[in-house]
Design a protein around this ligand. Structure first.
Ligand SMILES: NC(=O)c1ccc[n+]([C@@H]2O[C@H](COP(=O)([O-])OP(=O)(O)OC[C@H]3O[C@@H](n4cnc5c(N)ncnc54)[C@H](OP(=O)(O)O)[C@@H]3O)[C@@H](O)[C@H]2O)c1
Length: 331
C-alpha cells in the first residue's frame, strides 16, 4: 500500500463529545479491535479499515491485552499499522488498552492485582510500540482484590506517564462507586466507564448511567450493534463470513431465535422510516440525547465501517420514534 496521508477533511462530519466533566472529547463513534484484528484476519483489510476510520474522524481506537486471536495479536497488529501509518498522527488519536482477563499462566496473569495490571500495561506498550496509552482500563471487577489496590495500579499507570487517563469496564453501579471513592483518595479522576449497551441489552439504564452522570464520568458503550444482530447481517440467514458463523464463542447462531429476528425486522422497518440502516439506528439510539459519550463499534470491512459511522448524520429522535422503538422492544 502507498504511504498514508490522512484526508484533509477528516474532522468535517464527526461530532466530538466530552467525556463526563473531563477535558477530553471522544468521537461519537469509536472503533474497537476485539474482533477482526487478530492473526486470523488479513492485514490489508485491517489497515484499510483503520485508515478509513481515521479519515472519517474516528480518532479513538480501543484495544485490550487479550484481543486477537491469539491473545495479544490485535495489539501487535495495531502496532504494525501505527508504525506504518499513524505515527505522525499520534497526537490526533486516542488509543486505549485494558487488563483483567486471562492473559498469561500462573497466579498473576488475570484479575485486578497491582502485579497483573502494571505488568500487563508494560506488555501492551511493548506489543503496540506506543510510549503511552491514552486510557488504561481495569477490564473487569475483581471480587478478591481490594478495590484500593486495583485503583492504586491505575493511579500509578497515570502518574508514571504510561497512561493519560484511567478507566473501568464491566463494573456495576456499586463497584463503580467504590472505585470512584478509591480514586478520589488517590487524586486521580475516572475518565470513562466502558459497559455493554445496546437496544438488546439495557442493564446500564438500571443505575449505572445515573451513577456516572452524578460523578461526571463519561461512558463508552461497547457492542452497540449487539455484535451484528442489530444490523442487516442476519436478516436473511447466517452469512459464512459472519461472526455468528465463525469460531467466536461470543456470538453463536443459537442467539438468532425467531423472536429476536422478529424484533430485528421490526427495528429495521423503523430505521427505514428514518432513512437509516438498522446499524445506523442502533448507533443513534445508544447516543440519543447525549447520555453516552461514544459508541464503540466493530467492523469487519470498510463498507461496514462507512455504513455505521454515517449514523452521525442523524442522531435526533422524535418522542414518537422512541416510543415506537420501546414498543418493538416490548417495554
Ligand atoms: N470492555 C469489554 O469487556 C468489551 C467487550 C466486548 C467488546 N468491547 C469493545 O467494543 C468493541 C466493539 O465490540 P463489537 O465488535 O461486539 O461491536 P458491534 O459494533 O456491536 O459489532 C460489530 C460486528 O457487527 C457487524 N457489523 C458492524 N457494522 C455493520 C454494518 N454496518 N452492517 C452489517 N454488519 C455490521 C460485524 O460483524 P461481522 O464480523 O459478522 O461482519 C462486526 O464485526 C470491541 O472491539 C472492543 O473494543 C469491550
Amino acid at each position: 500500500m502507498s504511504p498514508f496521508v490522512a484526508a484533509g477533511n477528516r474532522y468535517a462530519d464527526m461530532p466530538y463529545r466530552r467525556a463526563g466533566r473531563s477535558g477530553l472529547k471522544l468521537p461519537a463513534v469509536s472503533l474497537g479491535l476485539w474482533h477482526n484484528f487478530g492473526d486470523d484476519k488479513p492485514l490489508d483489510v485491517q489497515r484499510a479499515v483503520l485508515r478509513r476510520a481515521f479519515d472519517l474522524g474516528v480518532t479513538h481506537f480501543d484495544l485490550a491485552n487479550n484481543y486477537g486471536p491469539p491473545p495479544g495479536s490485535a495489539e501487535t497488529s495495531f502496532g504494525r499499522h501505527f508504525a506504518a501509518d499513524f505515527r505522525p498522527y499520534r497526537d490526533e488519536i486516542l488509543v486505549s488498552s485494558k487488563a483483567g482477563y486471562l492473559m498469561w499462566d500462573g497466579p498473576y496473569g488475570e484479575w485486578g492485582s497491582r502485579k497483573n495490571l502494571l505488568a500487563s500495561l508494560d506488555q501492551s506498550l511493548a506489543r503496540t510500540g506506543l510510549d503511552y496509552f491514552d486510557v488504561f482500563y481495569s477490564h473487569r471487577p475483581d471480587p478478591e482484590t481490594p478495590i484500593e489496590e486495583t485503583m492504586g495500579a491505575l493511579d500509578t499507570a497515570v502518574r508514571s506517564g504510561k497512561a493519560l487517563y484511567a478507566g473501568i469496564s464491566n463494573y456495576s453501579p456499586e463497584q463503580t462507586e467504590a472505585a470512584l471513592a478509591a480514586l478520589k483518595d488517590l487524586g486521580t479522576p475516572l475518565l470513562l466507564h466502558q459497559p455493554r449497551y445496546s437496544m438488546l441489552d439495557r442493564w446500564v439504564e438500571d443505575g449505572l448511567l445515573d451513577t456516572l452522570d452524578s460523578h461526571g464520568v463519561g461512558s463508552i458503550a461497547y457492542s452497540p450493534l449487539s455484535q451484528g444482530l442489530l444490523t442487516d447481517r442476519y436478516l436473511d440467514g447466517v452469512p459464512a463470513d459472519s461472526r455468528a458463523a465463525g469460531a467466536s464463542p461470543f456470538l453463536t447462531s443459537d442467539r438468532l431465535t425467531e423472536e429476536t429476528l422478529a424484533t430485528v425486522r421490526a427495528l429495521n422497518d423503523i430505521a427505514k422510516g428514518r432513512g437509516q440502516t438498522l446499524a445506523q439506528l442502533a448507533i443513534a439510539w445508544v447516543l440519543r440525547r447525549g447520555r453516552v459519550t461514544s459508541a464503540l463499534i466493530g467492523a469487519s470491512s470498510v463498507a461496514q465501517l462507512e455504513n455505521t459511522v454515517a449514523a452521525t448524520a442523524n442522531l435526533e429522535f422524535t418522542d414518537d420514534e422512541l416510543a415506537a422503538i420501546e414498543r418493538v422492544l416490548g417495554r
